[in-house]
Each structure stands twice: as C-alpha cells, then as structure tokens.
Ligand binder design. Structure first.
Ligand code: NAP
Length: 310
C-alpha cells in the first residue's frame, strides 16, 4: 500500500521539491503518493513550513509525523492542535551555509575589513590585527548550527567559548552552560554569535544587562532569531560605543521595515534572512530519510521537544 505524503509547504516550493522527493522515495523503495491536497484522513506524513496556512492538525487522524522544512520551530511548537511528533530541519547543507556565513562575518570583524572597504582616497593607516588565537569569539547556542560554527572557528585558530542549556563537551571549545555560565561566555565575546532558538527563555537574551557584560566595542552577529535581541538596547549600546558593530540576519518583523533604525545605522549590517537557507536537493534527502525511518518503525530523527520549545 502506498503512503500519502502531503506537501503543505507551499505550491511554489513544491515545484522545487517534487522531483528530489519523488526520486528519494523511489531510491528508498517507498511507494508514495506525493500531493499538495488530499482528504486529511488519508494523509500519512505532512511536509510543513511554519509560514504556510496549515495550523489545524486534528483532522489528520492517521498522520504519523509532521516534518518541517525549517530549522526554527517557534511558530509551530506551541500549536495545541499538533499532537503528532514534529521533526525539524537538520541538514548538512543548511549547516554548511551557516558555518560559511558566521565564519565570513567573524573574519570581517576580526580583520577590520570595513575600514579598508570604506577607505577614502589617501586613507593609509596600517593597523595590525591580532591573529586568530588572540581573538575571543563566543557563541550562544551549541546545537547543530552553533557547535558546527564553534568547531570551524576553533579550527581557524580562534579562542572560542560557547554556551548551551545543558552541559556539553566540545574539543577545543570552552563550554559553559545554564544561567550561571552566561556571564563567563559573554565576558569572552569580543565577537558574539547568537545561534539560540526563539523560546520563552531566550527572548531578549541580548539586552541592556547582558550587553554591558561584553568587552567594550564587541561585535555581534545574529543569525539565530530576531527575538533574541532587545533592539532598543542594542541601538543604545551601539550609540554609547559599548557595541562596535552588529550584523543581523533575522528580525522580529520580516522583511525588516524600511523605517527601522537598523537600516540607517552605519554600524549595523542587515542581511535579509539568508544566513542558511533550506536547499531543496539536500532537504528532500533529509525528509525522505526520516519518512523511511518512520515507515520501517524506527524512531524519527530531530524530533522537537515541546516542553523545551526547540
Ligand atoms: P538546536 O540544535 O536546537 O540548538 C539550539 C542550542 O541552543 C542548543 O545548544 C541549546 O542547548 C541552546 N539553548 C536553547 N535554549 C537555551 C537556553 N535557555 N539557555 C542556553 N542555551 C539554550 O538548533 P540549531 O539547529 O543549532 O538552530 C539554532 C537556531 O538557528 C534555530 O532555532 C533557528 O532559529 C536559527 N536558524 C536561522 C537560520 C537563518 O538563516 N538565519 C537558519 C537556520 C536556523 P542544549 O544543547 O543544551 O539543548
């Protein structure tokens, strides 16, 4: 009997995902009816994007799992109608994209590239940057993405510290955890990277109090979620010189409204939520592998913990 897989992540995305999904199901010997519409009671699996209209899950009585194309789950994790397991996107291509984004912006700040990119004719002020081992970088969040970025930065030679909810051991990284580990992590952050999920506990974690714990002139790179940052506190810290610059990829409201002060502040670089995109070819392999596991009766990978919110 064939499985009914509902692609509920948008008609436009379906054009990209249909071929790699069908090829993957075929390679895995799975007979699948891949559809964008079907009677709810016939659906075995839902491929999902939190930005899409589907919010009411009880009619999907035989659905065994909802598989999100997004890594961040803050828009769906609290949905009380969703009782099926929710798997989020963990994908090597997504991770690689994030590592490249984070390393690129860390190196930009580390090397002081902006001074040269923005130099005017006649500006000739050689300044020797420290080498990577003399540069302290800290990462809030040591999950799939944060730990990959931490490893890449440590491989580069940076002095890297990281912070997670639970204790963690990563070779070459100074790992802190829990509320008591936050201050030590922040004090280590000449460059701070925020790769936490958006939850009740992480909302506005970058605020006036925590910004004050960073070394003066620290730079911030936020590819996590906009809600991690208290925007007004960051703008005040930029104004006072406590923070030397910020690169922000994610915002409370997206697209970032044209009149938001971040756009006008020369110390802020805005990128339009492009740090790590879900690419159809690799994401389809992840989804197919997870459905195949479930169909064989094996536990799903990357299941979201509802209590923790990520
Ligand atoms: P993940 O694997 O779930 O890792 C989350 C990390 O945050 C874990 O280390 C976790 O600690 C830590 N954490 C969560 N709550 C915490 C708290 N209250 N205190 C301390 N540490 C806490 O997530 P991921 O795959 O790395 O993704 C991280 C986030 O990146 C996503 O949630 C998403 O918002 C964002 N993202 C952005 C883009 C983009 O293009 N900008 C793309 C993909 C993802 P434990 O390890 O102890 O659980």
């Amino acid at each position: 009997m064939s499985l009914c897989v509902l692609f509920a992540a948008g008609e436009d995305s379906f054009a990209e995902y249909q071929a790699p999904l069908l090829a993957g199901f075929d390679e895995n010997g799975l007979a699948v009816r891949l559809v964008t519409d079907a009677p709810a009671a016939e659906v075995d699996y839902i491929i999902y994007a939190p930005s899409r209209p589907l919010q009411d899950f009880p009619p999907f009585t035989r659905c065994k799992a909802v598989l999100s194309l997004w890594a961040g789950v803050e828009r769906i994790v609290g949905n009380p109608t969703l009782t099926q397991p929710l798997a989020r996107m963990v994908d090597p291509a997504l991770t690689r994209g994030m590592v490249e984004y984070v390393c690129g912006h860390v190196l930009r700040y580390h090397l002081g590239m902006d001074a040269h990119i923005r130099a005017l004719p006649g500006d000739w002020e050689p300044a020797e940057p420290p080498l990577a081992p003399e540069r302290k970088v800290a990462i809030l969040g040591l999950g799939e993405l944060g730990s990959a970025c931490a490893r890449a930065l440590a491989d580069f030679g940076f002095d890297v510290a990281g912070w997670s909810a639970r204790p963690k051991g990563l070779a070459g990284i100074t790992c802190h955890h829990g509320a008591e580990g936050l201050e030590a992590t922040l004090r280590h952050a000449e460059i701070l990277v925020t790769l936490l999920p958006q939850t009740r506990d992480t909302d506005c974690i970058v605020n006036a109090r925590t910004l004050a714990l960073l070394p003066r002139g620290a730079r911030i790179i936020n590819p996590g979620r906009g809600g991690l940052i208290d925007d007004a506190a960051l703008l005040a810290a930029l104004e006072s010189g406590q923070i030397g610059g910020a690169t922000l990829d994610v915002f409370r409201v997206e697209p970032l409204p044209a009149d938001h002060p971040f756009w006008a502040d020369p110390r802020v670089t805005v990128t339009p939520h492009i740090a790590a995109t879900t690419r159809a070819a690799s994401a389809a392999r992840v989804i197919v592998a997870n459905i195949a596991r479930s169909a064989r009766g094996e536990p799903l990978l990357h299941v979201v913990n509802r209590a923790r919110g990520y």
